[in-house]
Design a protein around this ligand. Sequence first.
Ligand SMILES: [Zn+2]
Length: 618
Amino acid sequence: MEQRVVECVPNFSEGRDKAKIKQITDAIEAVPGATLLDVDPGADTNRTVVTFAGDPQGVAEAAFQAIAKAAQVLDMSQHHGAHPRMGATDVCPFVPISGVTMEDCSAIARQVGERVGRELDIPVYLYEAAATRPERRNLAAIRKGEYEGLAEKLRDPAWVPDFGPARFSAKSGATVIGAREFLIAYNVTLNTRDKALASDIAFELRERGRVARVATGSPYYTKGKILTYKENAYPCGNCDFTGRTVAEVISHCRKAHGYNLEDLLRANDVDPAKPLAGQKVYRAGKFTHCKAIGWYVDGYKRAQISINLTNYKATPPHLILEEARRLAALRGLVVTGSEVVGLIPYPALLEAGRYYLKAQGKSPYIPIPDVLQTAVFSMGLSDVQPFDVQRKVIGLPRGFEEGLVTLPVKEFADEVSRDTPAPGGGSVAAVAGALGAALASMVANLWQDKVESREAASALLRAAEIAQQAKDQLILAVDEDTQAFNAYLEARRLPANTHEEKAYREQKMQEGLQAAVRVPYQTAQAGYQAMEAAWIAVQYGNVSSISDGAVGAQMGYAAVRGGAWNVLINLKDIADPAFVHDMQTQCEALLREAKRLLEQVAAHVDKRLAELIESKKP
Ligand SMILES: [Zn+2]
């Protein structure tokens, strides 16, 4: 049950009037399920960039409410500013963070766009991943001519909006809505004040590369003489190859260096369709989706490689950093750390942490806070500014600031023992399963780097991965189980005087009961995963840990058995016979499997322990 998080970064054409901006952000904050993260007004641009995030439904609703409020309080006919724009809500991208795909975000963009067009009468263009045709993918192309040219643009059949009227609205202009990847603004800090040294590395990293030079043997590339294309002599720029024709060098760059030379030339404002003789030779950088320059930051008294990553899934920040560290070392430089400007998505930091753990031969499947801390330390993210995970990471799994899971073990036991019906067997089953999964993870992580066979090592890593997932899910279920039961109790207390009240109460009670069935069923499923991980752990871990794995399997079974009983006790009041039948069948199958697995673990463990005692006899 991965948490689903979408980010939305609308830009509004107002950067000076704080009261108007506040009306727009208030509209966002009023929507449950959306959280306002940042408001960044610019006086010169007369534009405000707002960032909020949440579940897909909440974010879609908040985006619509913000666009509606901007249409009400802003007037484009009075707007002047330094940034290109065409509407009161100028652009509104949806960005996948975790548990959602780009396709999901495109669907949200279409749904919000349709509603904006229909309910607010604003022309809407879809862009990037949500674009309806290739020429509308690029924001700059859609915005060309800006607000002042919009009335004419709307008369052009090629620019009929995707939603809303093809009619100019002087007050609101047009809005561009779409879906795109998260942009990470990432700086690598060097132990120098010299901007030129930072630029030299930046040009090696960035997608558009640099002007090619004759190699001098010095790592400082700028020392060599600039290469140019000549008639019948087209140098590659990366190696000694020289093509006799342009086609030859294009083909060589693709085969030998893996990039499209024509795209590279265009990125450097050279038209490859025109004769190239006399033009400078360019060579590609090491990473795609990467823009980079060198600069000097007075506040830090150091030069930085300033990087924009437009697709962190293709080019993750930790790989950029490792290459920067290698290139710096060649030049006698030291990378002192790195800096995230704004926010970083949770999956990017998680992947970075796992990358460094693997490099150290450690298990990457340890508690998530530990993985994230490894990333912060390994990347030196607190070098120039403190890096606070809670504040800087977007889409973090739900925290545990409150609820039963924050109680010490003794207080939890006391709370269960009091004369209130909840927390009860469902929450206790979930705690048992979480502890079982934790034991399986412990054994797997303890032995994954000490076993001899590679098969055993990879089986143990797999067990650690399954166990960590099951553990986190079961921890969530401890409170969810109690909440689901309380929701049912609240529904029972609803008034039932009129016919409508009775029907509403019955509907709420049924919803509460179905939730009170689903949560323990998920507990039972996750408990079974804990057992599977424990079974791997007792087989491949060292025999000295075999009793830990065995207890893990036993606790996992308590979650399966306990979860199933909690499903059954709530099923008796559910009115939908198909739902009841389905759940009964699924519980029976799961219990059969769990029972078999428990016997298998117990037989294996008892046999090994008996052998162990036998071998120690004098
Ligand atoms: Zn070459």
